[in-house]
Design a binder for this molecule. Structure first.
Ligand code: M6R
Length: 616
């Protein structure tokens, strides 16, 4: 959570920082601030609220101010107000810092720094960083042959336990910008006589597509003459400049009112890109280059554990069904937040697969580290290239879904399920199913993008259904088999952006308690597509209808039988049950989107949430 951006170059920094912060605003949006460094003077402006609120208190940009840092916050330590907003200046007035992450030992360090005379003004953990750097800068001697600012940063960071992506300025070094990283994302964009540090590439691509990705415990020192990277022990690191693989167009709204809607509508394309070149029907192969050297181990594995959070967890649940069905491998899906604190039994032959859009989710990353420590092979299914999880896992498969900006995850879910489907087919082909069956699966999977396009045409119809039920504050989402995780996902989507209470359940569980919730007119969304459990779910629909529930059904096109039960009907094209989740989730994404808009909520920036949860 939180977004940081920093600029050093020849252009006026303020508008570049503001634009960058707007592109990072999905990472946090409760307060924001900027610090400019000019002629040895640090000028800070910060406020509670969003980037628009920050803009209102800024002075006109000064052309000669070409170095600065900015921050958009998702509060952890200290309520969102202008004092707790970043940047944070140290007690000597020389060091200013923006930070994304959490400093775990901040309380101990704060007490110690206070005993040394440092003054604190905020409730944040970040102020410990600026004060610690300021303390070493003021009291230390530095190291021979090294600039003292760089030395003080390295020295201070050795004392810090926790995660950080940092951009730091010092008033005595008006031409220097320092970045540092541990556990939180940080990218350095390398342009033509200009540099941008940022939490993610979205803030950089407008200026350059050349970037380096510093590793944990590295400090990058940038001046107009160039940059160098060192470890905290001052060992020089050789960096390779990489190309940022997405374009500005991909992160702009275009003609869509919200990123979430844009991303829902992008799914035919994002899935085609995700699967393109990987499904090789002619040779009856799925090509997953990233894990090629682990396929043998995976084929022989005795057990697979998916670990993930939120929507990615729901994708993992679909994966569990797919792996058991097609590959006959015992599979479990674990919340990363639970897995990391359990004492999981990872016998020889267990493979752990982490699923994450951002690749930065703190719990998922910790679960990966825990599994690695216990000697398991850990693979990743990740969207963001070069992210922490992508780099920490032994190998992985990228989603190639393109950047997902909307806080509510949509196209990442379908891409995660597509990747899991491809992997399950390939393992199935090697272990359990016939070549013919595998080819049939590949053909069906390849048809999914076009089928999604057809569902998207019902967006206005789904909006009407949302409108007809918009005054209801409790909804149920019910599905069975492969569509049970979709019910969970439908409920999560509605909750997080519409703030409507919703429960997702395996439909048969309803009788064991939740049926007591049903009152006249309560919306119950059933995923009742054709498949082995169709008759069973019809029974569940009848039970809810008999108690006055409002029945919203996602059914298979051409199912006339279901019409008599449904108050509202949405259809999806026919598909094998194993691939239905990529279709049945689409109407639920649209339902949540339209409900949120109808309720007047900020769809892309739901309250209390941020796109990637980089804190526990
Ligand atoms: O980036 P990740 O996939 O690791 O994120 C996991 C969850 O935080 C994420 O899916 C969250 O639940 C979304 N807001 C759901 O829409």
């Amino acid at each position: 959570m939180c977004g940081i951006v920093a600029y050093l170059g020849k252009k006026t920094a303020q508008p570049i920082l503001i634009e960058g912060l707007k592109r990072l605003e999905y990472r946090g949006y409760d307060s924001a601030g900027l610090a400019m460094l000019s002629g040895g003077i640090i000028k800070i402006k910060k406020t509670k609220g969003r980037i628009n609120d920050l803009e209102k208190i800024l002075d006109k940009p000064i052309e000669s101010e070409t170095i600065g840092i900015g921050h958009t916050r998702w509060a952890t330590h200290g309520e969102p107000n202008s004092v707790n907003a970043h940047p944070h200046l140290d007690y000597t007035g020389k060091i200013v810092v923006v930070h994304n992450g959490i400093i775990e030992n901040y309380s101990t360090l704060k007490t110690w720094l206070q005993s040394e005379g440092a003054k604190f003004v905020s409730d944040t953990d970040t102020e410990v960083i600026s004060n610690l750097i300021g303390y070493f800068y003021a009291t230390g001697n530095g190291a021979a042959g090294q600039n003292k600012f760089e030395w003080a940063v390295q020295r201070a960071l050795k004392e810090i336990h926790g995660t950080y992506g940092l951009a730091i300025l010092c008033s005595d070094f008006p031409d220097t910008l320092i970045g540092a990283k541990n556990g939180s994302p940080l990218i350095l964009g390398v342009g033509d006589s200009e540099y941008l540090l940022a939490s993610d590439a979205a803030a950089i691509v407008e200026h350059t597509t050349q970037a380096i990705y510093p590793a944990n415990n590295e400090v990058v020192v940038i001046t107009a003459a160039g940059f160098h990277t060192k470890t905290l022990d001052n060992v020089t690191v050789t960096e390779t400049i990489k190309k940022i693989e997405f374009s500005l167009e991909q992160i702009e709204l275009g003609s869509f009112p919200h990123h979430m809607l844009k991303e829902i509508f992008e799914q035919p394309k994002s899935l085609s890109t995700c699967m393109g070149g990987r499904i090789d029907i002619q040779n009856n192969r799925i090509k997953l280059g990233g894990i090629a050297s682990y396929l043998r181990e995976l084929t022989r594995t005795r057990r697979i554990i998916f670990t993930a959070c939120g929507t990615a967890f729901h994708a993992g649940l679909v994966g569990e069904f797919l792996f058991e069905h097609l590959a006959r491998i015992p599979t479990e899906t674990e919340y990363a937040s639970e897995f990391r604190y359990r004492n999981p039994i990872l016998e020889d032959g267990t493979v752990v697969i982490a699923i994450s859009q951002s690749g930065e989710t703190a719990d998922t990353l910790a679960a990966v580290e825990q599994a690695k420590e216990r000697g398991a092979t850990v693979l990743g299914i990740v969207n963001v290239v070069g992210s922490s999880i992508a780099r920490t896992t032994d190998a992985g498969i990228y989603l190639h879904a393109g950047p997902e900006i909307g806080v509510a995850s949509t196209k990442a879910f379908t891409a995660q399920v597509a990747v899991l489907s491809m992997l399950a087919i390939e393992l199935g082909r090697r272990r359990h199913i016939s070549s013919f069956h595998a080819t049939e699966c590949m053909k069906e999977l390849a048809k999914i993008p076009d089928k999604i396009s057809r569902i998207l045409q019902q967006s206005d119809h789904i909006k009407q259904i949302a409108a007809a039920n918009i005054d209801r504050n409790n909804w149920l989402f019910l599905g069975r088999g492969f569509n049970y995780p979709v019910a969970l996902e439908g409920a999560l989507k509605l909750k997080e952006i519409s703030y409507i209470h919703a429960e997702g359940l395996p439909a048969a569980e309803m009788k064991h308690g939740p049926i007591a919730l049903i009152v006249d007119g309560m919306p119950a969304v059933f995923i009742a597509t054709e498949g082995p459990q169709y008759d069973k779910i019809m029974g569940n629909i009848a039970e809810v209808k008999a108690r006055g529930g409002k029945i919203i059904v996602v059914a298979t096109e051409g199912d006339n039988n279901i019409k008599k039960y449904a108050d509202h009907l949405i259809t999806v094209p026919d598909a094998p049950e194993i691939f239905q989740p990529m279709l049945t989730v689409i109407p639920l994404q649209l339902m949540a989107y339209h409900a949120a808009v109808l309720r007047g909520h900020d769809v892309d920036k739901p309250r209390n949430l941020a796109k990637s949860v980089t804190v526990e």
